[in-house]
Design a protein around this ligand. Sequence first.
Ligand SMILES: Cc1cc2nc3c(=O)[nH]c(=O)nc-3n(C[C@H](O)[C@H](O)[C@H](O)COP(=O)(O)OP(=O)(O)OC[C@H]3O[C@@H](n4cnc5c(N)ncnc54)[C@H](O)[C@@H]3O)c2cc1C
Length: 414
Amino acid sequence: MSDNIFDNIDGHAWTNWAGNISATPQQIARPASEAEVVALVQKAAQSGLPVRVVGSGHSFQPLCATDGLLLNLDDLQGVVSADSASGLATVWAGTKLHALGEPLLEAGLALENMGDIDRQSVAGAISTGTHGTGPTLRNLSSQVVGLQLVTAAGEIVEISADGDPSIFKAAQVSLGSLGVITQATLRCLPAYRLHERTWAEPFADCMARLDERIAATRHFEFFWVPGEDMAACKALQPVETETWQLSENPPDLSERLRRYVGPERVEWSHRIFPSERNNRFVEMEFAIAAADGPACMQEIRALMQERHPSVQWPVEYRTLAADDSWLSPTYQRQSVTISVHQAAALPYADFFADAEAIFRNYRGRPHWGKLHSHTAADFAALYPRWNDFLAVRQELDPKGRFLNEHTLSLFGNG
Ligand SMILES: Cc1cc2nc3c(=O)[nH]c(=O)nc-3n(C[C@H](O)[C@H](O)[C@H](O)COP(=O)(O)OP(=O)(O)OC[C@H]3O[C@@H](n4cnc5c(N)ncnc54)[C@H](O)[C@@H]3O)c2cc1C
């Protein structure tokens, strides 16, 4: 490797998936080995350049934006090892979730849960607490048992629950602020098939049977479709599980609802979980206490019907089990997540501000990758281990090399 490791890399503009965040890093680099990551981090330190890492750029917040060095780990992808006996798989941090399913299946393994899409990188999804749905299931960061991290000092450190539990609990959801994750070891399940059923029904019917369905289904979620006031429901069950009686689809489903309702399918889990999201949107999502979910959902619906009837994007309602990652939005709280959307090209600020006011009243914790206006003081009040996280961040990166404007505003430095 030449001394001038930045020489063959042109800085250029970077934009996130939704197009609402852009930046002009001085350098964008694609390291092809862990040694190159180390060299780039060391060189950036000598040049005084701050460093951020980008996964797939699917976050709506300015998490990856930097005017320093932006590291793209697209060349650090693939399964390093997968062991069906232990259920553990070690993967390169830049691996896209969609590139993980088949190699894991070959090893007889599968992720415990997945979100709406599979375009994210492993490290990006872990670092923001990305999740799917299921009242007994935790977010992806909870499947992590070990991380390999390149620190600000350019050292490679292994972080695991068995090693230093404090650093591990801080590192699981850490917004790229502790260093560059190069590998993650995930606890997987034996490969399993899911039975997918989707249907539409009046919102009131969905709410009346919500608790029963959530309790009876490994993965239940619905989208409330404004205007029509219908719920587009999705239930995924492992094939061997007894299933409950389906509602009949109304015969006159609108084209919009038909997008959510398809034929029943049975497939390997990683082929069932992801949907396609081709239209660009912006999103705000909060995790609130599970018991408050229905009341909060009703308030969001009333807000949209009464004050923002022009917003036609559906509202997503999911469930999640409590976990113990310090910055996980579901930290020690059995939760419901509710997310609101708007087309990326349309105004959203007033609507999102009104929705956020409702979520605040429920002591909601925002998804780290999605839009919100919470400040450090808000987070300190919502996260019991906030100061402990700040202490670990300070210890690992005392000069704040991995901070950008957004994360500096949250975590401070010193
Ligand atoms: C269409 C769409 C659908 C979505 N669906 C869901 C969903 O179902 N559930 C859900 O919870 N969220 C969902 N999200 C949000 C998304 O999962 C998160 O924003 C996630 O962080 C994006 O992953 P990414 O690889 O694009 O990460 P990025 O946005 O690129 O980065 C996210 C964070 O991870 C850090 N990071 C990335 N790689 C590394 C690394 N190697 N080392 C250290 N830090 C790193 C970045 O610095 C940044 O702070 C969705 C977003 C979109 C646009």
